[in-house]
Design a protein around this ligand. Sequence first.
Ligand code: SF4
Length: 70
Amino acid sequence: MRVVVDLNRCQGYAQCAFLAPRVFELHGDEALLYTPAVPAEQHERVRRAAAACPVQAIVVGEQAGAAGVR
Ligand code: SF4
């Protein structure tokens, strides 16, 4: 599974880093680092993180490739 974060949309709320700390990591107030290729054991966590993001900046699964970063 792949994940893409629209960093223009991301406001650094850190919900994702809280729910899936092995995939999303916040550096400082707004610099989000993440692992685009999500390992299988992290899929559920990343889906929850995507659902929890207040600004819907996280795109997961097949959509990630198709939608890209807008
Ligand atoms: S939850 Fe959304 S807005 Fe918050 S840091 Fe993650 S991607 Fe950015």
